[in-house]
Design a protein. Structure first.
Length: 334
């Protein structure tokens, strides 16, 4: 057989292999598409806050990528009983999976009820670790605060009086506060002089921040566990003529917060990877239905969960140097 014939045969074999590989890739890609009737439901509360705009955008966007139906339900305000009621309504619809904002431990019975009915659950942003949820997707709440405590310590040169604005008695915010305190702990010259409860209400938060400024006229910084506290502190320092002098570190990437960062009233803000939370949350639920890792011959009957217990997303620091990119993204989410 001539060398030319051998070369032709080799090319034919190679082309055949490439076609087979291409068909396999195409088949795999098709296998990753769900059904338009396959529904995944996000159950939350506080959906009126801009923080959740990225969640809503990403939930629908990822559903479109996977070819499945996505729904977003729950009360617009901070209403845990309302979220529980919405959760029970979601279970009745028998979806392929539920993502829930794990804002409070009282969601545990609803989560466990869904899992008992064969509906996998992932928590996002806040966690209910004692429940039967498969995966928590979000930022470690303690680490958010610790990151902020380190930032404030750096900018203050390791010394100064600091006040914390938070939503007291709510687990995720208590963890953030503890993180701030431990972050400050590496700077012996920093003293936390007061903690103010904003009650997640802007008017209340502003009054609390103003009262703290009056009581501690030499205050060096405000550490805020959410955007409500950040905007309140920014308002208080502006009205007192201390913008830029009293350093304010907020949390979250709401447009009003970002505008205060751009203007210099806020020193910076700590952004969670909110968009990615919903992307990874839906991927976890989708994988449990379509390609659950074979930890056993039958994971469901064996009573095992092959999904990751936690997916910790990134923490980003936003200041004047990169704030415009976050503002541009917020326009996309609307």
């Amino acid at each position: 057989m001539s060398r030319r014939i051998l070369l032709v045969l080799a090319v034919v074999v190679a082309l055949g292999a490439l076609m087979t590989f291409g068909n396999a890739v195409k088949a795999d890609a098709q296998a990753l598409k769900g059904s338009p009737n396959e529904e995944y439901i996000a159950v939350t509360c506080m959906g009126n806050l801009e923080y959740f705009s990225a969640h809503k955008f990403a939930w629908k966007w990822m559903g479109d990528q996977l070819g499945v139906k996505t729904s977003y339900i729950g009360p617009a305000e901070y209403d845990v009983p309302g979220e529980i009621a919405a959760f029970d309504q979601a279970i009745a619809r028998k979806p392929a999976g539920i993502v829930c904002f794990g804002v409070d431990e009282s969601l545990k019975p609803s989560i466990d009820k869904a899992v008992a009915a064969g509906i996998p659950v992932a928590t996002i942003s806040g966690d209910v670790p004692d429940s039967k949820r498969s995966t928590f997707v979000g930022t470690n709440q303690h680490d958010l605060g610790y990151f902020g405590g380190q930032k404030i310590g750096e900018v203050l040169g390791g010394k100064g009086d600091v006040a914390i604005l938070t939503i007291s008695g709510v687990g995720m915010f208590d963890q953030r506060e503890q993180g701030f305190r431990e972050g400050f702990g590496t700077y012996p010259g920093i003293k936390v002089v007061q903690t103010g409860d904003t009650k997640a209400d802007t008017v209340t938060a502003i009054n609390v921040a103003k009262a703290i400024l009056q009581r501690f006229p030499n205050l060096s910084a405000f550490a805020c566990t959410d955007s409500t506290g950040g905007i309140a502190a920014a308002t208080a320092v502006s009205e007192a003529g201390k913008a830029g002098k009293v350093k304010v570190v907020s949390m979250d990437r709401n447009s009003d917060v970002l505008e205060k960062v751009r203007s210099g009233v806020l020193f910076g803000t700590i952004a969670q990877d909110d968009c990615a939370e919903m992307v990874w949350g839906l991927l976890v639920l989708f994988s449990k239905k379509h390609f659950d890792p074979l930890l056993t011959s039958n994971n469901a009957k064996a009573g095992v969960d092959a999904a990751p217990a936690n997916i910790f997303t990134s923490i980003s620091w936003v200041d004047k140097s990169n704030v415009q990119y976050f503002l541009d993204a917020n326009k996309l989410y609307k």
